[in-house]
Write a protein that binds this ligand. Structure first.
Ligand code: ADP
Length: 384
């Protein structure tokens, strides 16, 4: 009898216990992987699907240490982490995917924007400042046709940390508010024709599996609906793939890489990236041969990636964002040809509580059913 060396990671540690970790946990079983989640409380969504739970904060060095010691590889449900702590884990020999140097891009919007600009990627015009009296600010603002968009460099998500001032006075006040948290990314306010997202999985050997481009619609900074295929020309779809490959190799991430683009009269601009499964890829659970969750786990555990062929001509995913009153999960599930994903969170207005996907051959039917399901469930969002 010979002993077979174990090359791939079998135990995956996930920092953060939200819905992305929940869906990673759901995908892990079929791959024979075990998951240990570092959750803030024992009723975080991922507790329902992960094999083991460690309760602790994502920025608690002792909790991270315990997680890392218990698994073969550490990965992430969100980017609200301390990069220095993650780098310390790596220096101590733990495997972290994506690495701390890749995570720097997704944790820090100012760093990300500067690096993308230096690499020649198309990005909105921007400056980074630390206060409203920064000497570069006045000239930048004077060049713009409208007041800019202000983004906290770190800590924002789902539109939190993104401000749209209306007057110059408001711009300056809001910059100083955001600057109390760190650097502020200031960018031109664009006329958006639409927003699209490109996902890919990138393996330890640098191999890439590209998902098809999707259209995303947002309200109040939060994603409302995702439509496959993206409603753009073939040229834009090709450009999305080309830019995504450039981004992935620049960032050098081993993970899902999600790239959010703005579609403008000047073509595609890179808005921002995430290095984990992403809301724009939830449709891949039903819609493609390998979901984003499975491919993220395959990538971080060092295995070859799964193919990402779409299984249907059309898919629509609608987020369920809590309205004042809960709807009915049963009624949502009774809608024909929908997959209802409930994150098991307590109901709260404006909270992302689940999503509904409908796939099929006809775009209108997929759209109507996904929205019927989401409305029955109690979403507060409106169809665009
Ligand atoms: P978050 O990281 O919170 O998702 P984003 O940078 O993606 O923040 O911004 C949230 C939303 O705000 C975008 O999806 C887009 O609809 C809008 N937005 C962001 N930046 C701009 C901009 N420069 N011009 C116009 N709209 C913008």
């Amino acid at each position: 009898m010979s002993i077979v060396p174990q090359l791939n990671a079998r135990r995956i540690g996930i920092v953060g216990g939200g819905q992305l970790a929940l869906m990673m946990g759901e995908a892990a079983g079929a791959l024979g992987l075990e998951t240990l989640v570092l959750a803030t409380t024992d009723d975080d969504p991922a507790v329902a699907s992960c094999d083991y739970v460690l309760v602790g904060e994502p920025r608690d060095a002792n909790a991270l240490d315990e997680l890392a010691r218990s698994v073969d590889v550490v990965t992430f449900d969100h980017e609200l982490v301390d990069l220095e702590q993650i780098a310390t884990l790596e220096r101590r020999g733990f495997t972290v995917r994506p690495s701390s140097s890749a995570l720097h891009f997704s944790v820090d919007k100012a760093y990300q924007r500067r690096r993308f600009f230096e690499a020649g990627l198309p990005v909105p015009r921007f400056v980074v400042v630390t206060s409203s009296s920064d000497p570069t600010l006045a000239a930048f603002l004077d060049e713009l046709d409208a007041e800019p968009v202000l983004k906290a460099s770190r800590g924002g998500y789902d539109g939190r940390g993104v401000l749209f001032p209306q007057t110059r006075e408001e711009t300056l006040t809001m910059i100083d508010q955001l600057a109390s948290l760190g650097e502020v990314l200031i960018e031109e306010r664009l006329e958006l024709q639409s927003e699209v997202a490109q996902l890919l999985a990138r393996g330890v050997d640098g191999s890439v599996a590209l998902y098809p481009l999707v259209t995303t619609t947002q309200a109040n900074g939060m994603c409302v609906e995702v439509i496959y295929p993206a409603q753009v020309t073939a040229d834009i779809a090709r450009r999305g793939e080309e830019l995504a490959e450039q981004v992935a190799s620049l960032v050098d991430a081993v993970s899902i890489v999600a790239i959010e683009y703005f579609v403008t009269a000047k073509g595609l601009l890179v808005n921002e990236i995430a290095l984990r499964p992403h809301n724009s890829g939830h449709w891949t659970i039903e819609g493609t041969s390998t979901s984003q969750f499975t491919n993220h786990l395959l990538a971080v555990s060092g295995q070859s990636l799964g193919t990402v062929a779409p299984l249907f001509a059309h898919a629509v995913m609608v987020n369920v964002v809590g309205s004042e009153q809960p709807g009915s999960l049963e009624r949502a599930r009774a809608v024909r040809d929908v997959a209802v994903h409930d994150y098991g969170k307590s109901w709260r207005p404006n909270r992302k509580l689940g999503h509904v996907t409908s796939v099929g051959d006809d775009p209108t039917t997929a759209h109507v059913r996904a929205w019927q399901g989401a409305r029955a469930y109690g979403t507060s969002t409106e169809e665009a």
